[in-house]
Design a protein around this ligand. Structure first.
Ligand code: 1GP
Length: 272
């Protein structure tokens, strides 16, 4: 659900410190399970839901998941509006597409990370998928969030599929050049990705090198599973931390809530 201040303002707002995004993969669960997880994640402190991940999920599945999550959020907002002790605003959490390509789109989403995989070696992920998706997004009225996407070592599946020239943890100057390039292209967001399920997260030094470009909103994800890892990313300059595997692996909603609330605490412990 769109926050009152609008999607872009909400994403770029720094007044709340480093916030948490839960990534839900519609290819890995039914829309009902995805929705229960999204609601539990918000209860635990997530402030944005990304829908995406797998590379081959069809439109219908992505759409069903976005639609079901939005309906559940509407219900929560309605319930909160009837209860003076409850905060309606807490449920105005945007549902944003995090697509693997032009096939995974939905008009039920509030927005999309409209990404250029900047270190891809193939045209398809630099501009090809975007070219196919743009007319649909225009028709749907889904807001595009201009995002530079950088894949770091180990990179996982996205590094492989996207044929990324993976960035190593010591390539500080390269990261800074990419961040400046992203700014000069007019991207508002730079997403630093280590790959889903990565054994190591994006290094503090690399996040710091991107942070030097103050105009960019930094989203950091891949391999973050603990409070300490979230705190490291937040203290290095991340504005948002994404976790996916943490939610997908949880055995029940109680475990999911406690895992997310740990990571949220880590993100919020940042002094920056
Ligand atoms: C993947 O950055 C996200 O695109 C999340 O990674 O699954 O490792 O949390 P994890």
């Amino acid at each position: 659900m769109l926050p009152d201040i609008g999607l872009m303002n909400y994403v770029l707002d720094r007044s709340q410190g480093c916030r948490h995004i839960t990534l839900i993969d519609p290819g890995k669960q039914s829309s009902e399970v995805a929705t229960r997880r999204a609601i539990a994640a918000i209860e635990a402190g997530s402030r944005m839901i990304f829908v995406g991940g797998s590379t081959d999920t069809p439109d219908e599945v992505v759409h069903e998941t976005c639609k079901t999550i939005q309906e559940a959020l509407e219900l929560q907002i309605f319930a909160a509006s009837q209860d003076p002790t409850s905060q309606e605003e807490k449920w105005r959490v945007p549902v944003v597409l995090f697509p693997g390509g032009a096939h995974a789109l939905s008009p039920a989403a509030d927005g999309i990370t409209f990404m250029m995989l900047m270190n891809s070696q193939i045209r398809r992920f630099l501009v090809g998928e975007q070219l196919r998706g743009a007319p649909y997004l225009e028709k749907f009225g889904v807001e595009a969030l201009p995002t530079g996407y950088l894949v770091f070592s180990p990179g996982g599946k996205v590094g492989e599929v996207g044929e990324a020239e993976l960035i190593n943890s010591n390539e500080i100057e390269l990261v800074n050049s990419y961040a400046l390039t992203a700014k000069m292209f007019g991207f508002k967001i730079l997403y630093l990705e280590a790959g889903s399920g990565a054994s190591t997260q994006v290094s503090a030094e690399c996040i710091g090198a991107a942070r030097k470009v103050d105009e960019l909103c930094l989203i950091v994800g891949g391999g973050i599973r603990s409070k300490e890892q979230a705190a490291l990313a937040a203290n290095s300059g991340a504005n948002w931390i994404v976790t996916g595997t943490l939610t997908e692996d949880a055995t029940d909603m109680e475990q999911l809530r406690s895992r997310i609330s740990e990571v949220v605490q880590g993100a919020q412990s940042s002094s920056s």
